[in-house]
Write a new protein. Structure first.
Length: 119
């Protein structure tokens, strides 16, 4: 393959893959950082995966989608997946999504007697 063909192939691949990677992760500007919310409740279930973990979290009869940190950060801050087990009581502090009424970006989680900073 000629050098120019190789460069064009890489450029085309980048153009094709860029929108997919951009759509896979949303920006934090969608959350209202001017209003901190504190939710007390129980973990219903969750996912410890990239680009960030998530929880379905029940608080005061409402189910929230809680956006956590990436797994490597949670692991480094001693929040392994086992601590996010369904039924676990927790307090989540964070910011509500501006257009998704049941979504919260977590800044910290109080679980098992400890506060873990997620950002």
């Amino acid at each position: 393959m000629r050098r120019r063909d190789l460069i064009e192939s890489f450029a085309l691949a980048a153009l094709v893959l860029a929108p997919a990677s951009a759509a896979a992760h949303h920006g934090w500007g969608s959350y209202d950082a001017s209003k901190t919310l504190t939710l007390n409740g129980k973990i219903m279930d969750g996912a410890y995966q990239n680009p960030h973990g998530t929880l379905r979290f029940e608080s005061d009869g409402k189910v929230w989608l809680v956006i956590l940190a990436p797994p490597f950060r949670m692991q480094n801050r001693d929040l392994p997946a086992e601590k996010l087990a369904p039924g676990t009581a927790a307090t989540v502090v964070g910011y509500a999504h501006r257009s998704e009424p049941n979504e919260l970006r977590a800044e910290r989680i109080l679980i098992d007697g400890r506060t873990v900073e997620l950002r």
